[in-house]
Design a protein. Structure first.
Length: 275
């Protein structure tokens, strides 16, 4: 059982050069606030497996794309599952934590996602477009993403990539959840500046859209971000469901918004440690 003041190993890559984001600043802020309730130590993702046994739980935050340390991540994951180490977010996520297969599964199940295929034989199922997005199934942070003409698709669609039409969307919007509780939403008014974010006031229909994916993922605990785009028809389409280490853009929030998020995360971690 955790001690009266739980010990958390907080996994972050403070020096990761994220485009348009400052991983280190966000994690320095969040850990400075969580220290009011937990004993904390920060470590690089490459050190997590060696250190985690001394803590009540491991909190994976802005640790960067696991593609950069895939073998070490798989070893960490296998050992944590084997030894019953508490990892937050729990390692049972069905979305980005497990790769991009979920986009195919959700599309096939009729969820509102950007149409997605991974086989040349299924290319005819996609809407006609002048350009298509091709991205690795195990990609992250836009690594390996290409935008190509239709005639190049048959040679590129080999089962290891996803193919989607380029959607002429109005803007991207992200919905942030702690456990199953909505916290805030942010959007990028300029499609060409993904991380130039502003507060967004979601409609009831927007929240219903986002909650469908949170419910689908069935994570009882953790921080998740639902990324969507406003399609030409006015509806939202899922771009990504980030359930491993979503960047939170806390710097965009006001003091009250940050306080509310820290309080929600603290409550979630306490429930996770005793649940």
């Amino acid at each position: 059982m955790p001690s009266a003041r739980p010990r958390l190993l907080y996994v972050t890559d403070l020096a990761y050069p994220a485009r348009g984001r400052r991983y280190g600043d966000e994690d320095v802020f969040l850990t400075s606030r969580l220290r009011a309730d937990f004993d904390l130590a920060l470590c690089h993702p490459l050190d997590a497996a060696a250190l985690m046994d001394a803590f009540d739980a491991v909190v994976v935050r802005n640790s960067g794309p696991v593609l950069g340390y895939q073998e070490a991540y798989e070893a960490f994951r296998a050992r944590a599952l084997r030894d019953g180490v508490r990892v937050y977010n729990p390692l049972t996520g069905r979305a980005d934590m497990a790769g991009k297969q979920y986009l195919l599964d959700l599309d096939a199940a009729g969820y509102p996602v950007i149409p997605t295929v991974d086989r040349a034989a299924d290319l005819h199922l996609l809407p006609e477009a002048d350009r298509y997005v091709v991205k690795p199934k195990l990609g992250a942070d836009s690594r390996g993403l290409r935008i190509v003409a239709p005639d190049r698709l048959p040679a590129l669609t080999d089962g290891a990539v996803l193919v989607q039409p380029c959607v002429d969307f109005a803007y991207e919007v992200s919905f942030y959840f702690v456990d199953h509780d909505f916290q805030y939403a942010l959007y990028a008014p300029d499609p060409g500046r993904r991380w130039q974010l502003q507060p967004y006031e979601p409609t009831p229909a927007d929240l219903e859209f986002a909650r469908r994916f949170i419910d689908w993922n069935t994570l009882a605990y953790g921080i998740q971000r639902v990324d969507a785009c406003r399609a030409p028809g006015g509806g939202l389409l899922l771009v990504e469901l980030e359930d491993l280490n979503p960047y939170l853009s806390l710097d965009v929030l006001d003091d009250a918004g940050r306080d509310a998020f820290v309080a929600a995360t603290t409550r979630s971690l306490r429930r996770f440690l005793t649940g």
